[in-house]
Structures are given as structure tokens and as C-alpha cells.
Ligand binder design. Structure first.
Ligand SMILES: Cc1ncc(COP(=O)(O)O)c(C=O)c1O
Length: 474
């Protein structure tokens, strides 16, 4: 049967089914064991015997696995499938491009689509961002931005935030501070000139601030802390050339900063001559209800990093910056000092162009803003229904989450509950993921076109998930 993209779940086997389990056993024989979580590992950590499901095809909001089970994907496959899986315009673009030119020579003999994509990116990103370095992953866009900042300022260090996730390449890992275990084995190889400061999360306020602290106080405390670092006698002022921040922390748990925070960072960067880098790899391309999240704050960074949804499923990313900042690299003299074999790959660029066209022509940012408000209201219902376990509804647009706590007084993060709910929803045919430093947030980053009927089904499954907890625990 063909997928429509708008189907409700249709489960034919136990989940995961026998074919998925077989595939995962096969994979275990030839893939590094650190990559794909398998039942033995999961069981050891969580007591839950859960293999992944193995995907065969996907369309719109539906994913079918190798056992023929149809799911509703509310992860957007790591927030990539904003337009839904295999959007027709993206499929058409890749088909046509694959018949013309699959691979060119990025920095030496570029293909046509790269030229058009750079032009379009300069048009759709906030002014005065105009000059791009294309990449193949979020991590590579972040690294291009960090290198640009180092070249522009002559300062090798950066300031980043706890809970921030910027990727796991050595450069990106230096600024990532999402989970300590990601960094620990490689600390000796990451940039020692990176300083991390708390993100102004009003639910878990930093510096031992009072539970009732106002958002503006949390914001100002963090901004003052940063300012003191830069003014202080320590080496920060000499070494730090950039501030990198996610306008809304994604993997960190859909954490929004208080109003005025990004403006505050802009002022600090202007005052101290730092390069402001916004990592919108998660939030970009309509996800939060505007083409880019920074537009809602009215703040333009010096460099904007984009990825994930950008390529419609193709590995594609960009660091796009102000002309003056990007010009710090100087002119290529024939041997580009920052490039890669697949930079500006024609298939990816053609798909990226189709993504931009579809987002604009189909008016998705505005639709996401509206839908996001509706879904947020529905999540607020859960916060009221289960006040002992839902600490906060997080996020904006279609980047939302339920922050789960062990109890409302301690606000201790409840990663175990999030994991159980994720598993429960999967058993009902809805794919969601946990986010947050402790895996305590039930995260939603769905395709934008999930239907009302699919949302209803999910909320029903989620409610059952809460209900199926032993009552004394709720
Ligand atoms: C905000 C942000 N930046 C960077 C990255 C890294 O992207 P990639 O996994 O494509 O390297 C991610 C990935 O989740 C992200 O959410």
C-alpha cells in the first residue's frame, strides 16, 4: 500500500517487529557499537528491551518500517523534515538535478546550483548577511563560523552556553556543552580557549537564583556575568573573539531565553568587538514560526549557521555572514584554505533551493506560528492535568517540549518518565524523542504538515502514557 503522509499509525507486528530486530542484529556485526543503540545496551541502561525500528520509506508525516508498520513521525527526523518527508518539490528537484550533474568541484569548478543557492540564501536571511560558506553538516557550519570569527578578531576563543549543542566535530565539540560525556574523552583535543556560561533558563535559573526570579532578572544576571568575564582581569578579554548561541536551545530541551537576551548579547558583542554567531541549525527554516528565530527577536548576528531542514534531507549546511566579517578570510588564491570535496554538491544545492521555494510559496513560517500556538495550548492541558510531573511547556512554533519532573517542588528532571513516554508513544505508532541534558524533555519537532487527526491520535496516546504510570507516582 502506498503512503499518503497523512495516515494514522497502522501497526501490524509487535514493535520493533522481527525484521527490524533482524536488521539491527545484522548491523551490530559491522557497525561500531557506539553508534546505533541496541536492546542489550538500552536494557542495561534503562531496563527496557527496545531495539530501534528500521525505516524503509517515508512520506509527509508517515514513516514505514521494514515490517510494514506505519508510524507518525513527530521528530521530523531530528527536525530535518520540516516540509515533511520527500516533499514533492524536493523530490522533483533531486530527480532533475541527478540527470544533469551529481557532483562538481565545489571551490574549483562549482556547479550552477551552488551559485543560485548562495544567491538565494543572501536574499532570504536577514540583512546584512550576504556571504556564505556551505557545509555538509551542522557541525561543519559551526566550525566554519568559529574559524571565521578567529580570523576576523585574531582571538582563538569563544564563549558558549551550558546546554548548548553545536555538533560533535572537534571544533564544534569545543563549544558544545550539552552532555559532559560527549566531551570528556576529547577534552585534551578541543579548543581550550572556550568558556561556557549558564544559559538563562528561567525554569532552572542559574547562580542559585531564587525559584521566583523574574525572567528579566535571570537574563540580566547572565548578561552581567558575561560582561564581567570580558571586563575582568582574567584572560577572557584577550582570548574570546566570539559568542555562539542557539536562539532557542534544541537538544538542550527547547529552552527559550528571556526576552531581550539576544539583544543583550548583540550589545556586548558590539561593545567588545566580538563576532556574534547564532546557531539556527535547529531553529532555522520556519521551525519556530518565522523563517529564522532571530527575526522574532529583531537581532541580526554577524554569522548565522543553518543546516538540518536546509537540504530537505540532503546533508547541507551553511555559515552565512556579514560581508566585512567573511572578507577577513581574504581572497582565494587558487587553493581555498577552507573547503571540502563535496562543498556545494549540486544535488544538495538543488534540494536546498526547492526547500526555500516550498517554504516561501506555501507560506510555512506563518502556518507554523499558528499551528504552534494551537499545539502549545494542547500541551498546556497536560501541564494542568499532570501538574506533579509536567514542570513546564517549552519552546515555540513547532519546536516544543514537555519538561518532566520527579516532583514540582524539587523540579528534579525526570528522564526516566520521558523515556517511558517515548516508548509508550512508539508502541502506539507515534515517534517522539527525549531532549534536555537529562533526557527529561519530551520533544516535538514534527513535520509542519501533521494533520489534526494525527495530532489528536498523539495526544490520546500521550495521555494513556501518563495514565499507565502507577497512580501513586502521578
Ligand atoms: C543547534 C544545533 N547545532 C548543531 C547541530 C549539529 O548538527 P549535525 O548533527 O548536522 O552536525 C545540531 C544537531 O542537532 C543542532 O541542533
Amino acid at each position: 500500500m502506498s503512503l499518503t503522509g497523512k495516515q494514522l499509525p497502522d501497526l501490524k507486528t509487535e514493535i520493533p517487529g522481527p525484521n527490524s530486530r533482524g536488521c539491527i542484529d545484522d548491523l551490530a556485526r559491522s557497525e561500531c557499537p557506539a553508534i546505533t543503540a541496541r536492546r542489550a545496551r538500552r536494557q542495561e541502561q534503562t531496563g527496557v528491551d527496545q531495539d530501534p525500528i528500521v525505516w524503509r520509506r517515508a512520506l509527509g508525516a508517515n514513516v514505514e518500517d521494514v515490517d510494514g508498520n506505519v508510524f507518525v513521525d513527530l521528530t521530523g527526523a531530528f527536525a530535518v523534515a520540516g516540509l515533511g518527508h520527500s516533499h514533492p518539490k524536493v523530490v522533483e528537484a533531486v530527480k532533475q538535478q541527478s540527470e544533469r550533474l551529481i557532483h562538481a568541484m565545489g571551490d574549483v569548478y562549482p556547479g550552477e546550483p551552488k551559485i543560485e543557492l548562495c544567491r538565494r540564501l543572501a536574499q532570504i536571511t536577514p540583512k546584512p548577511l550576504t556571504h556564505s560558506i556551505l557545509g555538509l553538516s551542522g557541525s561543519s557550519a559551526v566550525e566554519a563560523a568559529l574559524k571565521t570569527a578567529a580570523i576576523h578578531t585574531g582571538k582563538p576563543g569563544a564563549l558558549a552556553f551550558w546546554g548548548g549543542y553545536h555538533g560533535l566535530g572537534y571544533g564544534a565539540l569545543g563549544v558544545t556543552a550539552y552532555r559532559e560525556e560527549f566531551r570528556r574523552p576529547f577534552l585534551a583535543q578541543t579548543n581550550p580557549q572556550v568558556d561556557h556560561v549558564p544559559f538563562p533558563d528561567t525554569f532552572r535559573a542559574p547562580f542559585g537564583m531564587d525559584r521566583g526570579a523574574k525572567p528579566a532578572d535571570v537574563r540580566d544576571a547572565v548578561l552581567t556575568h558575561i560582561r564581567q568575564k570580558l571586563e575582568g582581569p582574567a584572560t577572557a578579554a584577550e582570548s574570546i573573539g566570539a559568542i555562539i548561541v542557539e536562539p532557542i536551545q534544541g537538544r538542550g530541551g527547547e529552552v527559550m531565553a528571556p526576552q531581550g537576551f539576544l539583544e543583550g548579547l548583540r550589545r556586548i558583542c558590539d561593545e567588545f568587538g566580538l563576532v556574534l554567531i547564532f546557531d539556527e541549525i535547529y531553529t532555522g527554516f520556519g521551525r519556530t514560526g518565522s523563517m529564522f528565530a532571530c527575526e522574532q527577536a529583531g537581532v541580526v548576528p554577524d554569522i548565522l549557521c543553518l543546516g538540518k531542514a536546509m537540504g530537505g534531507g540532503f546533508p547541507l549546511s551553511v555559515a552565512i555572514g556579514r560581508e566585512e566579517v567573511m572578507a577577513s578570510w581574504g581572497m582565494s588564491s587558487g587553493e581555498a584554505i577552507h573547503t571540502s570535496t563535496f562543498l556545494g554538491n549540486p544535488l544538495g544545492c538543488a534540494m536546498g533551493l526547492a526547500v526555500i521555494d516550498a517554504l516561501v510559496e506555501e507560506n510555512w513560517p506563518q502556518k507554523v506560528a499558528q499551528k504552534g500556538r494551537d499545539i502549545r495550548k494542547r500541551l498546556e492541558v497536560f501541564a494542568r492535568r499532570y501538574p506533579d510531573r509536567v514542570g513546564r511547556v517549552r519552546g515555540r512554533g513547532l519546536m516544543l517540549g514537555l519538561e518532566l519532573v520527579e516532583d514540582p517542588d524539587s523540579r528534579a528532571p525526570d528522564g526516566a518518565l520521558a523515556f517511558e513516554l517515548v516508548q509508550h508513544c512508539r508502541q502506539k505508532g507515534y515517534l517522539v524523542l527525549p531532549s534536555g541534558r537529562w533526557g527529561q524533555v519530551l520533544a516535538l519537532s514534527p513535520p509542519f504538515m501533521v494533520t489534526d487527526e494525527q495530532w489528536e491520535g498523539f495526544f490520546e496516546a500521550l495521555d494513556q502514557g501518563f495514565q499507565s504510570r502507577p497512580q501513586e507516582e502521578l
